[in-house]
Design a protein. Structure first.
Length: 149
């Protein structure tokens, strides 16, 4: 029996959540990302901004770099990125430049998310699916920031 797209989206978002947990445990803002190509995970990443002392070391940026290296090229046209939190403008721009065809995210980000500030940053043919495992993704972020206060 073939999995439905929703089942696949939830499966891969759980992989992204596992990456977000790694970030959480390392004291990083808990955002995780995986990039999938032809139903195979080719890249896994989480935020490394504190570890690398680099404001650009977001999960999506790390995942894009790793996926491009894995595929041996800068364009990820046959790929989907799964990320636990809506990408920021910087990450949406990188996703657009990499020509990723599908973006799937969990929790929205009203303060920094691309949907509000740069909805055209993605590749023109890209599609977006929002709200996959949204509650779990949001809860992890809320727990992280509650523990920091």
């Amino acid at each position: 029996m073939e999995d439905t797209q929703q089942q696949k989206d939830e499966l891969y978002m759980r992989k992204a959540l596992a990456e977000a947990e790694v970030a959480y445990n390392a004291g990083e803002i808990p955002v995780g990302a995986v990039i999938v190509c032809n139903d195979k995970i080719i890249s896994r990443a989480h935020n490394l901004t504190e570890t690398l002392h680099d404001v650009t070391a977001h999960a999506e940026m790390q995942a894009i770099t790793s996926a491009a290296d894995n595929l041996g090229g800068k364009y990820l046209t046959d790929c989907t990125i799964y990320v636990t939190v809506e990408p920021c403008v910087m990450c949406a721009g990188a996703i657009g430049w990499a020509q990723i065809k599908r973006v799937v995210y969990g929790a929205g980000d009203e303060k920094r998310g691309f949907v509000r500030f740069a909805p055209a940053a993605l590749h023109p043919k890209a599609t977006v699916t929002a709200g996959v495992l949204e509650d779990e993704c949001r809860r992890l972020m809320q727990e992280f920031f509650r523990s920091r206060r």
